[in-house]
Design a protein around this ligand. Structure first.
Ligand code: SIN
Length: 281
């Protein structure tokens, strides 16, 4: 079956059909997928059945595997590259990170070299009598930049913000050693996408703690206004998961959040991999 790329109809996101991620993939097919990923910011493949090594190998084609603080706590046995994201508890212990990513964010923006992107493979999706719960929302920070008035663009274009690991409330309190390993970093608040050259807003509440050259009160207003602007309904694609989905998002062009509208006994289980990126410019 020939590969097809079907845009979601929102300003970002596309489904890719005609690809079996459990089979070997030639370089031409991979290049077309890589291009779709860069153009659409979110791509997904339905009805996949992949093993942990296959997920790791596919992720590696986009960039070296990145490890984060969740990997140390909840990885798949035999595949330390895969983080388990889940609300399931077995024998009194959580099998994965629960309530990950409830607030809008871009993964690991608090690092000097944030990841290129993140992949989730859906193994269990909460289902309420046929209604799928636990969606993930994605917002295009590129479309949000395009929609800004010129006067605001020129006010913010060459500015830098401080991104602080301690800023965001997490699903669990980080250890002091993790805080020490992640000192505050500086990134441009308008990034240039490394593959497409598109400008993308790179501002999030809580993670961005100040903007260089601005008084704290002015910076706070700007951080709040830009963070809200990025997640306006016009810039959003909401993914309703099905078991077997493999979905990946681009951490420069896209912010995301997980919708926490379910709990046990409704189970959600995802395998997550993260691919290395470049220093934001
Ligand atoms: C995340 O932010 O990595 C979690 C997203 C999700 O589980 O939907």
């Amino acid at each position: 079956m020939a590969m097809e790329i079907i845009p979601t109809g929102a300003v970002l996101g596309a489904e890719i059909r005609g690809v079996d991620l459990a089979s070997p993939m030639d370089d031409t097919t991979f290049a077309a997928i890589d291009d779709a990923y860069n153009q659409h910011g979110v791509i997904f493949f339905r009805d996949q059945q992949i093993t942990p090594p296959q997920q790791v190998a596919f992720t590696r084609r986009f960039g070296e595997i990145e490890y984060n603080i969740f990997s140390e706590r909840w990885s798949v046995t035999g595949s330390p590259e895969i983080v388990v994201v889940s609300n399931i508890t077995e024998n009194g212990a959580p099998i994965g990170i629960k309530r990950a990513g409830e607030n809008w964010h871009s993964d690991m923006c608090y690092t000097a070299r944030p990841p290129r992107g993140t992949m989730l493979y859906a193994l269990e999706v909460p289902d309420l009598s046929g209604l799928s719960l636990g969606d993930t929302e994605f917002a295009s920070a590129a479309a949000a930049w395009d929609a800004l008035p010129e006067s605001l663009r020129s006010h913010i274009e060459n500015r830098t913000a401080v991104f602080d690991f301690k800023g965001r409330k997490r699903a669990f309190p980080p250890k002091q050693s993790e805080i020490d390993r992640n000192p505050p970093v500086r990134h441009p608040i308008v990034r240039t996408h490394p593959h497409t050259g598109r400008k993308c807003l790179y501002v999030m509440r809580d993670d961005c703690t100040s903007i260089e050259g601005l008084e704290p009160a002015e910076a706070d207003i700007l951080i709040a206004a830009l963070s809200d602007h990025i997640v306006k309904p016009a810039f959003i694609y909401r993914h309703q998961w099905r078991v077997g989905d493999v979905l990946m998002w681009d951490n420069c062009m896209v912010q995301h959040r997980a919708i926490q509208d379910y709990d046990m006994p409704l189970r959600r289980l995802m395998h997550r991999t993260t691919m290395g990126g470049s220093v934001p410019i």
